[in-house]
Ligand binder design. Structure first.
Ligand code: MRU
Length: 369
Protein backbone atom coordinates (compact mmCIF):
# COMPACT_ATOMS: atom_id res chain seq x y z
CA UNK A 1 0.00 0.00 0.00
CA UNK A 2 1.50 3.40 -0.90
CA UNK A 3 1.58 5.85 2.00
CA UNK A 4 -2.07 6.77 2.50
CA UNK A 5 -1.50 10.50 2.14
CA UNK A 6 1.25 10.11 -0.46
CA UNK A 7 1.41 13.33 -2.46
CA UNK A 8 3.16 11.84 -5.51
CA UNK A 9 2.70 15.13 -7.30
CA UNK A 10 4.05 15.16 -10.84
CA UNK A 11 5.40 11.61 -10.72
CA UNK A 12 2.10 9.76 -10.47
CA UNK A 13 3.13 7.44 -13.26
CA UNK A 14 5.82 5.84 -11.10
CA UNK A 15 5.12 2.84 -8.90
CA UNK A 16 5.97 3.41 -5.22
CA UNK A 17 9.67 2.94 -4.52
CA UNK A 18 8.78 0.79 -1.55
CA UNK A 19 5.66 -0.08 0.37
CA UNK A 20 4.45 -2.27 3.21
CA UNK A 21 1.98 -4.92 2.05
CA UNK A 22 -0.63 -6.18 4.46
CA UNK A 23 -1.00 -5.36 8.12
CA UNK A 24 1.10 -6.91 10.84
CA UNK A 25 2.57 -10.11 9.47
CA UNK A 26 3.03 -8.35 6.12
CA UNK A 27 6.19 -7.61 4.17
CA UNK A 28 7.93 -4.90 2.16
CA UNK A 29 7.73 -4.69 -1.61
CA UNK A 30 10.35 -2.56 -3.30
CA UNK A 31 11.59 -1.72 -6.77
CA UNK A 32 14.94 -3.43 -7.34
CA UNK A 33 16.77 -0.32 -8.54
CA UNK A 34 19.86 -2.26 -9.58
CA UNK A 35 17.82 -3.62 -12.52
CA UNK A 36 16.54 -0.29 -13.84
CA UNK A 37 16.04 0.89 -16.51
CA UNK A 38 16.08 -2.52 -18.23
CA UNK A 39 13.67 -4.23 -15.89
CA UNK A 40 11.05 -2.86 -13.53
CA UNK A 41 10.99 -5.65 -10.98
CA UNK A 42 9.32 -5.55 -7.59
CA UNK A 43 10.92 -7.73 -4.94
CA UNK A 44 9.54 -8.95 -1.65
CA UNK A 45 11.58 -8.34 1.50
CA UNK A 46 10.54 -10.27 4.63
CA UNK A 47 13.60 -10.48 6.86
CA UNK A 48 16.13 -8.12 8.43
CA UNK A 49 18.95 -9.83 6.53
CA UNK A 50 17.17 -9.34 3.21
CA UNK A 51 16.52 -5.68 4.04
CA UNK A 52 20.15 -5.16 5.06
CA UNK A 53 21.24 -6.69 1.75
CA UNK A 54 18.74 -4.60 -0.25
CA UNK A 55 20.09 -1.38 1.29
CA UNK A 56 23.74 -2.42 1.08
CA UNK A 57 23.53 -3.44 -2.56
CA UNK A 58 21.48 -0.34 -3.55
CA UNK A 59 18.33 -2.21 -4.54
CA UNK A 60 16.78 0.53 -2.45
CA UNK A 61 18.91 3.68 -2.26
CA UNK A 62 18.75 7.44 -1.75
CA UNK A 63 18.95 8.91 1.76
CA UNK A 64 15.24 9.23 2.63
CA UNK A 65 14.29 5.89 1.04
CA UNK A 66 16.86 3.94 3.02
CA UNK A 67 15.57 5.56 6.22
CA UNK A 68 12.04 4.36 5.41
CA UNK A 69 13.31 0.92 4.37
CA UNK A 70 15.29 0.52 7.58
CA UNK A 71 12.25 1.50 9.68
CA UNK A 72 10.23 -1.27 8.01
CA UNK A 73 13.24 -3.55 8.53
CA UNK A 74 12.86 -3.10 12.29
CA UNK A 75 9.22 -4.20 12.04
CA UNK A 76 10.42 -7.29 10.13
CA UNK A 77 12.90 -7.92 12.95
CA UNK A 78 10.11 -7.92 15.54
CA UNK A 79 7.86 -9.98 13.33
CA UNK A 80 10.36 -12.73 12.57
CA UNK A 81 11.60 -13.02 16.16
CA UNK A 82 11.10 -16.49 17.61
CA UNK A 83 11.61 -15.25 21.16
CA UNK A 84 8.79 -16.06 23.54
CA UNK A 85 9.50 -13.57 26.28
CA UNK A 86 9.93 -9.81 26.33
CA UNK A 87 13.70 -10.00 26.92
CA UNK A 88 14.33 -12.17 23.88
CA UNK A 89 12.14 -9.97 21.72
CA UNK A 90 13.98 -6.86 22.94
CA UNK A 91 17.28 -8.54 21.98
CA UNK A 92 15.97 -9.27 18.47
CA UNK A 93 14.47 -5.82 17.86
CA UNK A 94 17.51 -3.95 19.15
CA UNK A 95 19.72 -6.41 17.24
CA UNK A 96 17.81 -5.58 14.04
CA UNK A 97 18.33 -1.86 14.65
CA UNK A 98 22.08 -2.33 15.21
CA UNK A 99 22.42 -4.54 12.15
CA UNK A 100 20.52 -2.19 9.83
CA UNK A 101 22.70 0.67 11.07
CA UNK A 102 25.72 -1.08 9.52
CA UNK A 103 24.20 -1.20 6.03
CA UNK A 104 25.46 2.19 4.81
CA UNK A 105 27.31 4.95 6.69
CA UNK A 106 26.76 8.31 4.99
CA UNK A 107 23.05 9.12 4.79
CA UNK A 108 21.98 10.36 8.21
CA UNK A 109 18.29 9.66 7.41
CA UNK A 110 19.02 5.97 8.03
CA UNK A 111 20.19 6.65 11.58
CA UNK A 112 17.39 9.13 12.34
CA UNK A 113 14.78 6.57 11.26
CA UNK A 114 16.43 3.84 13.34
CA UNK A 115 16.62 6.19 16.35
CA UNK A 116 12.90 6.81 15.99
CA UNK A 117 12.19 3.10 15.91
CA UNK A 118 14.40 2.61 18.98
CA UNK A 119 12.52 5.39 20.83
CA UNK A 120 9.25 3.75 19.86
CA UNK A 121 10.51 0.43 21.22
CA UNK A 122 11.70 2.12 24.44
CA UNK A 123 8.21 3.55 24.95
CA UNK A 124 6.77 0.07 24.52
CA UNK A 125 9.19 -1.25 27.11
CA UNK A 126 8.01 1.35 29.60
CA UNK A 127 4.44 0.30 28.85
CA UNK A 128 5.35 -3.33 29.33
CA UNK A 129 6.52 -2.68 32.88
CA UNK A 130 2.98 -1.41 33.64
CA UNK A 131 0.62 -3.52 31.54
CA UNK A 132 1.66 -6.40 29.31
CA UNK A 133 1.12 -5.87 25.58
CA UNK A 134 0.38 -8.79 23.36
CA UNK A 135 2.66 -9.48 20.40
CA UNK A 136 0.06 -8.32 17.89
CA UNK A 137 -0.43 -4.99 19.61
CA UNK A 138 3.29 -4.43 19.81
CA UNK A 139 3.80 -5.15 16.12
CA UNK A 140 1.06 -2.73 15.18
CA UNK A 141 2.70 0.05 17.22
CA UNK A 142 6.05 -0.55 15.47
CA UNK A 143 4.39 -0.76 12.08
CA UNK A 144 2.47 2.46 12.73
CA UNK A 145 5.73 4.22 13.54
CA UNK A 146 7.42 2.95 10.35
CA UNK A 147 4.39 4.00 8.31
CA UNK A 148 4.46 7.43 9.94
CA UNK A 149 8.11 7.85 8.92
CA UNK A 150 7.12 6.89 5.36
CA UNK A 151 4.13 9.22 5.19
CA UNK A 152 6.04 12.10 6.74
CA UNK A 153 8.79 11.69 4.17
CA UNK A 154 6.23 11.91 1.36
CA UNK A 155 4.86 15.13 2.87
CA UNK A 156 8.37 16.59 3.29
CA UNK A 157 9.11 15.90 -0.39
CA UNK A 158 5.93 17.67 -1.48
CA UNK A 159 6.74 20.73 0.66
CA UNK A 160 10.32 20.90 -0.66
CA UNK A 161 8.93 20.78 -4.20
CA UNK A 162 6.53 23.66 -3.53
CA UNK A 163 9.22 25.90 -2.03
CA UNK A 164 11.82 25.14 -4.68
CA UNK A 165 9.46 25.42 -7.65
CA UNK A 166 8.58 29.01 -6.80
CA UNK A 167 12.17 29.97 -7.68
CA UNK A 168 12.29 28.34 -11.11
CA UNK A 169 11.23 30.37 -14.09
CA UNK A 170 9.41 29.05 -17.14
CA UNK A 171 11.93 27.60 -19.59
CA UNK A 172 14.55 26.98 -16.91
CA UNK A 173 17.40 24.51 -17.66
CA UNK A 174 18.46 22.49 -14.64
CA UNK A 175 21.47 20.24 -14.19
CA UNK A 176 21.20 17.46 -11.61
CA UNK A 177 23.58 14.79 -10.37
CA UNK A 178 22.76 11.26 -9.20
CA UNK A 179 19.12 10.52 -8.42
CA UNK A 180 17.27 12.57 -5.84
CA UNK A 181 13.86 11.69 -7.20
CA UNK A 182 10.86 9.61 -6.28
CA UNK A 183 13.04 6.52 -6.47
CA UNK A 184 15.23 7.90 -3.69
CA UNK A 185 12.45 8.80 -1.25
CA UNK A 186 9.10 7.77 0.17
CA UNK A 187 7.43 10.50 -1.91
CA UNK A 188 8.13 12.54 -5.03
CA UNK A 189 11.84 13.15 -4.36
CA UNK A 190 13.87 16.13 -3.18
CA UNK A 191 15.71 17.72 -6.12
CA UNK A 192 13.32 16.16 -8.64
CA UNK A 193 10.29 17.04 -6.54
CA UNK A 194 11.12 20.68 -7.30
CA UNK A 195 11.06 19.88 -11.02
CA UNK A 196 7.79 17.94 -10.77
CA UNK A 197 6.20 20.78 -8.82
CA UNK A 198 7.40 23.41 -11.31
CA UNK A 199 6.02 21.33 -14.16
CA UNK A 200 2.68 21.02 -12.36
CA UNK A 201 2.61 24.83 -12.18
CA UNK A 202 2.83 24.83 -15.96
CA UNK A 203 6.48 25.85 -16.16
CA UNK A 204 8.49 24.21 -18.90
CA UNK A 205 11.67 22.74 -17.42
CA UNK A 206 14.56 21.07 -19.18
CA UNK A 207 16.84 18.78 -17.18
CA UNK A 208 20.42 17.76 -17.88
CA UNK A 209 21.14 14.57 -15.98
CA UNK A 210 24.78 13.68 -15.25
CA UNK A 211 25.21 9.97 -15.81
CA UNK A 212 26.89 9.71 -12.36
CA UNK A 213 29.72 7.21 -12.52
CA UNK A 214 30.34 4.59 -11.34
CA UNK A 215 26.83 3.22 -10.69
CA UNK A 216 25.04 5.52 -13.14
CA UNK A 217 22.15 6.61 -10.92
CA UNK A 218 21.71 9.64 -13.22
CA UNK A 219 21.58 7.63 -16.46
CA UNK A 220 19.69 4.63 -15.13
CA UNK A 221 17.36 6.17 -12.57
CA UNK A 222 16.95 9.93 -13.02
CA UNK A 223 16.51 9.62 -16.80
CA UNK A 224 14.09 6.71 -16.31
CA UNK A 225 11.88 8.46 -13.81
CA UNK A 226 11.88 11.85 -15.54
CA UNK A 227 11.14 10.32 -18.91
CA UNK A 228 8.30 8.28 -17.42
CA UNK A 229 6.94 11.42 -15.77
CA UNK A 230 6.97 13.39 -19.00
CA UNK A 231 9.85 15.72 -18.07
CA UNK A 232 12.15 16.84 -20.86
CA UNK A 233 15.56 15.34 -20.01
CA UNK A 234 18.95 15.06 -21.68
CA UNK A 235 21.61 12.64 -20.48
CA UNK A 236 25.21 13.84 -20.37
CA UNK A 237 28.47 12.14 -19.43
CA UNK A 238 29.82 13.46 -16.14
CA UNK A 239 32.83 14.84 -17.94
CA UNK A 240 30.63 16.80 -20.38
CA UNK A 241 29.29 18.99 -17.57
CA UNK A 242 32.03 21.64 -17.79
CA UNK A 243 31.44 22.32 -21.47
CA UNK A 244 27.66 22.35 -20.99
CA UNK A 245 28.10 25.10 -18.38
CA UNK A 246 30.54 26.94 -20.64
CA UNK A 247 28.06 26.81 -23.50
CA UNK A 248 25.58 28.63 -21.26
CA UNK A 249 23.08 25.76 -21.26
CA UNK A 250 22.54 25.56 -17.49
CA UNK A 251 20.47 28.08 -15.50
CA UNK A 252 20.63 26.29 -12.14
CA UNK A 253 21.89 23.14 -10.46
CA UNK A 254 19.64 21.21 -8.08
CA UNK A 255 20.96 18.18 -6.20
CA UNK A 256 19.89 16.17 -3.18
CA UNK A 257 21.94 15.43 -0.06
CA UNK A 258 22.83 12.52 2.16
CA UNK A 259 23.92 14.56 5.17
CA UNK A 260 24.19 18.30 5.80
CA UNK A 261 26.36 19.54 8.67
CA UNK A 262 25.39 22.44 10.97
CA UNK A 263 27.41 24.93 8.89
CA UNK A 264 25.76 23.90 5.60
CA UNK A 265 28.50 21.61 4.22
CA UNK A 266 26.71 19.04 2.05
CA UNK A 267 27.56 15.37 1.53
CA UNK A 268 26.06 13.99 -1.66
CA UNK A 269 26.96 11.55 -4.44
CA UNK A 270 30.58 11.61 -5.55
CA UNK A 271 31.00 14.27 -8.22
CA UNK A 272 28.62 16.78 -6.65
CA UNK A 273 31.49 18.91 -5.37
CA UNK A 274 32.91 19.22 -8.88
CA UNK A 275 29.51 20.33 -10.19
CA UNK A 276 29.31 22.97 -7.42
CA UNK A 277 32.72 24.37 -8.33
CA UNK A 278 31.69 24.50 -12.00
CA UNK A 279 28.48 26.28 -11.09
CA UNK A 280 30.40 28.92 -9.13
CA UNK A 281 32.90 29.40 -11.95
CA UNK A 282 30.04 30.00 -14.41
CA UNK A 283 27.87 32.16 -12.13
CA UNK A 284 25.10 29.54 -11.97
CA UNK A 285 23.14 29.04 -8.70
CA UNK A 286 23.80 25.75 -6.92
CA UNK A 287 20.74 24.57 -4.96
CA UNK A 288 20.48 21.64 -2.58
CA UNK A 289 17.07 20.11 -1.85
CA UNK A 290 16.78 18.14 1.39
CA UNK A 291 14.31 17.49 4.19
CA UNK A 292 15.11 18.28 7.83
CA UNK A 293 15.82 14.54 8.33
CA UNK A 294 19.01 14.99 6.27
CA UNK A 295 20.59 17.57 8.61
CA UNK A 296 23.09 16.42 11.22
CA UNK A 297 23.49 19.24 13.70
CA UNK A 298 25.86 17.15 15.81
CA UNK A 299 28.53 17.84 13.18
CA UNK A 300 29.82 21.42 13.07
CA UNK A 301 31.07 20.97 9.52
CA UNK A 302 31.41 18.34 6.83
CA UNK A 303 34.88 17.11 7.82
CA UNK A 304 33.58 14.33 10.04
CA UNK A 305 30.82 13.10 7.72
CA UNK A 306 31.60 9.40 7.21
CA UNK A 307 32.16 8.79 3.52
CA UNK A 308 31.28 5.33 2.28
CA UNK A 309 34.04 3.57 0.37
CA UNK A 310 32.54 0.98 -1.98
CA UNK A 311 33.96 -2.02 -3.80
CA UNK A 312 36.64 -1.51 -6.45
CA UNK A 313 34.58 -3.79 -8.70
CA UNK A 314 32.14 -0.90 -9.25
CA UNK A 315 34.92 1.00 -11.01
CA UNK A 316 36.83 -1.72 -12.83
CA UNK A 317 33.94 -2.87 -14.98
CA UNK A 318 30.84 -5.01 -15.01
CA UNK A 319 30.64 -8.77 -14.42
CA UNK A 320 30.58 -9.14 -18.21
CA UNK A 321 33.40 -6.79 -19.12
CA UNK A 322 36.44 -5.46 -17.29
CA UNK A 323 37.35 -1.87 -18.12
CA UNK A 324 40.56 -1.73 -16.09
CA UNK A 325 43.47 -4.16 -15.76
CA UNK A 326 43.36 -6.83 -13.07
CA UNK A 327 45.19 -5.89 -9.89
CA UNK A 328 44.76 -2.13 -10.40
CA UNK A 329 44.54 -0.08 -7.20
CA UNK A 330 41.17 1.72 -6.97
CA UNK A 331 39.75 4.51 -4.81
CA UNK A 332 35.95 4.47 -4.83
CA UNK A 333 34.41 6.96 -2.39
CA UNK A 334 30.64 6.97 -2.94
CA UNK A 335 30.12 10.55 -1.70
CA UNK A 336 31.90 13.88 -1.44
CA UNK A 337 31.39 17.00 0.62
CA UNK A 338 30.59 20.35 -0.99
CA UNK A 339 31.67 23.22 1.26
CA UNK A 340 28.81 25.50 2.32
CA UNK A 341 30.32 28.48 0.52
CA UNK A 342 29.34 26.96 -2.84
CA UNK A 343 25.68 26.51 -1.85
CA UNK A 344 23.35 29.27 -3.09
CA UNK A 345 20.38 28.00 -1.06
CA UNK A 346 18.92 24.86 0.51
CA UNK A 347 15.30 23.96 -0.24
CA UNK A 348 13.73 22.29 2.79
CA UNK A 349 10.15 21.67 3.86
CA UNK A 350 10.50 24.80 6.02
CA UNK A 351 11.30 27.04 3.07
CA UNK A 352 14.36 28.28 1.22
CA UNK A 353 17.45 28.63 3.44
CA UNK A 354 19.92 31.27 2.31
CA UNK A 355 23.46 32.11 3.49
CA UNK A 356 24.68 32.54 6.10
CA UNK A 357 23.58 28.91 6.17
CA UNK A 358 24.68 28.17 9.71
CA UNK A 359 22.15 30.59 11.22
CA UNK A 360 19.38 29.86 8.68
CA UNK A 361 19.74 26.14 9.38
CA UNK A 362 19.67 26.70 13.14
CA UNK A 363 16.52 28.85 12.86
CA UNK A 364 14.74 26.44 10.50
CA UNK A 365 15.49 23.36 12.59
CA UNK A 366 14.84 24.92 15.99
CA UNK A 367 11.61 23.03 16.39
CA UNK A 368 12.74 19.75 14.86
CA UNK A 369 12.11 16.70 17.03
O1 MRU B 1 24.46 5.84 -3.36
P1 MRU B 1 23.06 6.39 -3.50
O2 MRU B 1 22.44 6.10 -4.82
O3 MRU B 1 22.19 5.99 -2.33
O4 MRU B 1 23.27 7.95 -3.41
C1 MRU B 1 22.13 8.78 -3.41
C2 MRU B 1 22.44 10.23 -3.44
O5 MRU B 1 23.59 10.64 -3.35
C3 MRU B 1 21.28 11.16 -3.48
O6 MRU B 1 21.61 12.33 -4.16
C4 MRU B 1 20.89 11.53 -2.05
O7 MRU B 1 20.70 10.37 -1.27
C5 MRU B 1 19.65 12.35 -1.99
S1 MRU B 1 18.22 11.39 -2.36
C6 MRU B 1 16.85 12.35 -2.16
Amino acid sequence: MPPRSSPRGGCKRLPPTLSWKGGTGGHVVLIDQTLLPGQLKLIRVSTVTAMWEAIRSLRVRGAPAIGVAAAYGVVLGAQTSRARGWKGLARDVLGAIDRLATSRPTAVNLFRALDRMRDCWDRLEVLESGKPLDRQELLSVLLAEARAIHEEDAALCAAIGRHGASLLRDGCRILTHCNAGALATGGSGTALSVIYAAQELGKRIHVYSDETRPLLQGARLTCWELQRSGVDVTLICDNAAASIFRAGLVDAVIVGADRIAANGDVANKIGTYGVAVLAREHGVPFYVAAPSTTFDLSLRNGKRIPIEERSSAEVTGSPRQRTAPRGIRVLNPAFDVTPARYVTAIFTEQGVLRPPLESSIRRALRNRG
